[in-house]
Every structure is written in C-alpha cells, then in structure tokens.
Write a protein that binds this ligand. Structure first.
Ligand code: PLP
Length: 414
C-alpha cells in the first residue's frame, strides 16, 4: 500500500505527514491528538512544531521522574553498552538485583517480570488459579473484581476489568469472574464464597475515575479473603511507585496482599511489569507453568532499579505530598471560578476532578482545550479530568502548568 503521495508530501508539514500516515497505517483502536510529541525534559515536552507543554499526565502515570532524568539516562546508557537481552534461559544481573530490591521494599518474597500491567495481571490471574488448583477443590476458581476497575486488555485481564464497554465483541470471555460494586462492604460479603479463589482490587481506581478504596475497605477484603481462604491481589499498576505519596497506595491502609502487580512507573518510560507474591503462593508457578521472552529484560530492569531507588527517597515522596496539596488547592480555586467540578479527589499526585452535570461527557473536549493552552492532562472516563504529573515536578513547572490549566478552563467556560 502507498501511504503518502509525492505531491502531498511537498505541501505538508512533517507533523501533517506523520499524523496522516499514522491514521492510514495504525489499526484504528486509538484516536491520538493531532500533534507529534518529539522531545521532553523534566516536566516539559515539545511537539515537532516547537510548541511546549507542561506534562501533567506522564504518559498515564509512567514518566514519574519526568523526561530525560539523568540517573535513568545513565543507567540505560551503561546497560545498553553491556547486554540487551538473553531471555530467561540465563541469569543476568539487573533483574536479579531488581527482584531483590522489590522484595526488600514490599511484603513479597518473589517476583515474576513481564512487560506491562496487563501482563502482570494476567500472571496474577494465572497464579491464583494455579495456587487454588494445587490446594483447593476444582470449583474454587472464581475471581472477584470491582465495578469501575481497569486491569488491562489481555483477555483475562479485560474480563477482570468490570466495565462492560471493554468486553463488547470479545465474547466468549473466560469463565469464573464475578463483579462487585466498589466500596460496598455488604455486597462483597454477600458475593465472596467458598468458590472464590481471589479478590482483585485497585487500592485507588485509576481509569475508573480516581476513586480510592473507602477507609477500612481493603482491611474488610483482607478479613473476608482470610475467612474464605481466598487470595487478595492488589493491582498497583497505576497507584503504585510513589504516585500517592507512599511507595504503594495500599500502605496507607496498612493491609498486606498476597499478590501485587506493578508496571507503568516501575520503568519510568521503559516497558516493564512485575507480579510480586508471598512465598507460599508464588510456589504454585512451578517450572514451565508461565513465562515471558522479554520478562526481566536487562535494559528495562537496569532502568527500573534506578527508578525504584529514586522514587523511594523521602525527599521525592515529600514532594508528592507537597505538590499534591498545591495542586488540589488550586483545583478547588479553579472549581470555584469556573463551576466545573463536582468533586476533587485522590491522593498525592494521583488526582481526579469530576465534572458537574452540565459538563458531563466533556472530559475529552476539555483535555484538548488544555492541550491548546500548553498543558497535557488526562481523562478518566468521560466525566473526570485526571492529573498524574511527574512526582518530582518542581514549583516553577507546577505553577506554570496550573496557570495554563486555569486559563484553559476559564476560557472553556467563558
Ligand atoms: N492495571 C491498572 C490499574 C491500570 O491503570 C492499567 C493501565 O492503565 C493496567 C492495569 C494495564 O496496564 P498496561 O496498559 O501496561 O497493560
């Protein structure tokens, strides 16, 4: 197929050519905004036409240390000079040390590496089923997840994602998934049973609208899982790695899972996912039962080691608290000025602003308006503006980002 004719190329800017080519050649599952991002530095990115943006979305909670962080660059450069890939047929240093460091930083005893959040959840789903197959009767295989959740796009992870819009057309879905209203203490108590092998939950729902587990809800799940001999799995793909001001969001509740999934900011921009589990549960993934060619890739793990080290520092986590407060206060002010927000929620630098009824469904349009004002934000569904800035954003960049955000929203509502 010819994707670009010679005369058209002469008349078009590089941005126009790339946008048109992307539209022609990509499977149409995305609708990217019609700009081409070209480079980044700290909390700022620039498009091919030279326009600057403050990045308050970090590629959906990924670039948590901003763009071109010097320590990440150095780790990537050093490892790229040594060894890129071997597969899991051999040991290499970066994944072994990263596994050790993740174990030291969490409840977990063992780690499985993969490449994304969806894969990490797929691994968790397989693990809990396998564990149950080894220790429980054959009818104890059900997995309960929560309405509004998002766990990824592989067939099992999307089935666990309790939002019908993600299921349509992909039926028949894998069996054995049950859905419960989020934060409904009674409903989960009714639903969990001897057939439940695991409960899968995001401590803060991200795609579902930045909705935190209600106080006591994770502890409630823990005690129900214990009572029914089910495993508790936390999906910290979005909420983890310092995003809420603790290394993992569930630490706020002081509740320990049996299994946890991590991805996104673990690599700060390099694809990596991980499933962490305690010893007895991890033991179920016996030789040959699961795997991934790229899982534990030395380049990704070398970068992730530095990301983990940098994100865990008290100074970084303190910045998340401090800038999160500044952000929330400003959003309240913007809300008062524009009348846009029904509620501002979230923790640390994981922030959602739900639109009032008059603006319901407009989150995508508002996101584009912000883009035109030089600030990149996200939506979480049609009714919630979502903000996931770099965890190390400094005062000046945050002030400028908020200034642009305010002017975009004031203009939008004028
Ligand atoms: N789990 C959660 C909580 C997520 O937010 C996401 C992605 O947004 C995923 C899983 C899927 O991750 P990935 O897109 O890396 O497969």
């Amino acid at each position: 197929m010819t994707v670009e004719s010679a005369p058209a190329r002469q008349q078009s800017s590089p941005t126009e050519v790339l946008v048109r080519t992307g539209h022609q050649c990509y499977v149409p599952n995305y609708k990217p905004r019609e700009i081409v991002l070209d480079r980044g530095e700290g909390s700022r990115v620039w498009d091919l036409d030279g326009n600057e943006y403050i990045d308050l979305g970090t590629g959906i909670s990924v670039n948590s240390l901003g763009h071109r962080h010097p320590s990440l660059l150095a780790a990537l450069a050093a490892q790229s000079e040594r060894l890129w890939h071997t597969s899991n047929i051999y040991f290499t240093e970066p994944p072994v040390l990263l596994a050790q460091e993740l174990v030291a930083a969490t409840f977990a005893d063992r780690v499985f590496f993969c490449n994304s959040g969806g894969e990490a959840n797929e691994a968790a789903i397989k693990l809990v089923r396998k564990y149950s197959s080894l220790s429980h009767p054959p009818d104890k295989r059900e997995i309960i997840s929560f309405e509004g959740s998002f766990h990824g796009r592989t067939l099992a992870a999307v089935t666990a994602t309790a939002q019908p819009k993600y299921h349509e057309g992909f039926e028949p879905l894998p069996a054995g998934f049950r859905y419960c209203p989020f934060n409904d203490f009674d409903a989960i108590e009714q639903l969990i049973s001897a057939q439940t092998c695991a409960v899968l939950v995001e401590p803060v729902q991200g795609e579902g609208g930045i909705t935190s587990a209600a106080p006591g809800f994770l502890a409630h799940l823990r005690s129900l899982c214990d009572r029914h001999q089910a495993l508790l799995v936390f999906d910290e793909v979005q909420s983890g790695m310092g995003r809420t001001g603790r290394l993992f969001a569930h630490e706020w509740d002081d509740v320990t899972p049996d299994v946890m999934t991590v991805a996104k900011a673990l690599g700060c921009g390099i694809p990596i996912g991980a499933m962490l589990a305690r010893e007895e549960v991890a033991a179920a993934l016996t030789l040959g039962t699961h795997g991934s060619t790229f899982g534990g890739n030395p380049l990704a793990c070398a970068v992730a080691r530095v990301a983990l080290r940098e994100i865990r520092t008290p100074a970084l986590l303190a910045n998340v608290h401090a800038q999160g407060e500044v952000f929330r206060q400003r959003l309240h002010r913007i809300g008062e000025r524009t009348g846009l927000f029904r509620e501002i929620r979230g923790r640390g630098l994981m922030i959602g602003a739900e639109l009032v009824d008059n603006f319901a469904g407009k989150a995508g349009e508002i996101m584009e308006q912000c883009r035109r004002h030089g600030v990149l934000i996200l939506q979480a569904g049609p009714d919630v503006l979502r903000f996931l800035p770099p965890l190390n954003i400094n005062d000046a960049d945050l002030a400028l980002g908020l200034e642009r955000l305010e002017s975009a929203l004031v203009d939008y509502t004028a």
